[in-house]
Design a protein around this ligand. Structure first.
Ligand code: ADP
Ligand code: MG
Length: 152
């Protein structure tokens, strides 16, 4: 088994969502991965990081507020990409409600409430670890499908 890891701790501001997308793409670019798989991972990570910034630090944001992203590639018979998105924000009081499709605590801000639904459908597994006032950790896992090798 082979493992690779990357950690990014970055200021919790929206312009850094793009920075994390690029860093994640680069980290997994050596895998034998399709554009679709790459898009699924980038989109899911963007949703989780955006949530940390927009919801996690809502009302409690300071200059020190950061989002921590741990990315792992675990390679055995197949490759598994695992990404943890961690904030020290307000936490989620009711996870069942928060993950209900179209539920948003910010309807006034044109939020569609589809972030968790997107993460669930694009990744193989999503684990939400959150307690009120203690922050949130989202763990996203995706197996990269074995590709048939082509001999030209
Ligand atoms: P949206 O971001 O459009 O509101 P999501 O499905 O992404 O929809 O999230 C649903 C709800 O879960 C949010 O409205 C918010 O109340 C809560 N939430 C999500 N992520 C976090 C987080 N990191 N910290 C606190 N609350 C969160
Ligand atoms: Mg969201």
């Amino acid at each position: 088994m082979k493992q690779n890891k990357m950690t990014i701790e970055i200021k919790a501001i929206l312009e850094n969502v793009a920075t994390i997308r690029v860093a994640i793409s680069s980290f997994i670019s050596n895998l034998n991965i399709t554009i679709d798989e790459l898009m699924d991972i980038k989109t899911s990570v963007s949703e989780a990081v955006t949530n940390s910034i927009e919801h996690g630090y809502d009302g409690i944001y300071t200059e020190d507020s950061t989002v921590l992203v741990n990315a792992y590639i675990i390679s055995d018979d197949e490759d598994i990409v695992k990404i943890e998105v961690i904030d020290k924000g307000i936490g989620i009081e009711d996870i069942e409600l928060a993950t209900t499709p179209t539920y948003t605590s910010k309807p006034e801000l044109e939020h569609a409430g589809m972030g968790f639904t997107i993460m669930e459908s694009f990744m193989d597994e999503i684990v939400i670890d959150s307690t009120k006032d203690n922050g949130t950790m989202i763990t996203l896992t995706k197996k990269i499908k074995k590709k048939k090798s082509t001999v030209l």
